[in-house]
Structures are given as structure tokens and as C-alpha cells.
Ligand binder design. Structure first.
Ligand SMILES: [Zn+2]
Length: 61
């Protein structure tokens, strides 16, 4: 896995975040946790946010 060079900031409070391991049911995953407010940001979500969703043009008929 490649390291993220840019520092991750909390989307809520802009605080410092740490990359931690979490366990959800049976799944083990890594996510960013805010040291300030405890916000958990999934890296996948962050990636999705970076991409602008363009509305698909539907062909008529
Ligand atoms: Zn925060």
C-alpha cells in the first residue's frame, strides 16, 4: 500500500488524524481517526469525494 504524502485533516474540525486499524463485525479495515473529535474517515470515502460525480446524460429513446 502506498503512503499518502499529504496530511489528512478532519473534515469536521480540521484536526490531526491518525491511521488506525478498526474491526467491524468480521471485517478488518483501516481508516483515519480524528484525534480531536473522533471522526472516522474511510480512505475509500475520501477517494470518492475527490472525484466529481458527473451526471450521466441519458440518451432519449
Ligand atoms: Zn475532527
Amino acid at each position: 500500500m502506498r503512503r499518502v504524502s499529504r496530511p489528512i485533516r478532519c473534515p469536521r474540525c480540521n484536526g490531526a488524524m491518525v491511521y488506525e486499524r478498526f474491526q467491524d463485525m468480521l471485517d478488518l479495515f483501516y481508516a483515519w481517526r480524528c484525534l480531536n473529535c473522533g471522526e472516522i474517515v474511510d480512505p475509500v470515502v475520501v477517494m470518492n469525494r475527490g472525484q466529481e460525480k458527473k451526471p450521466k446524460k441519458r440518451a432519449m429513446g
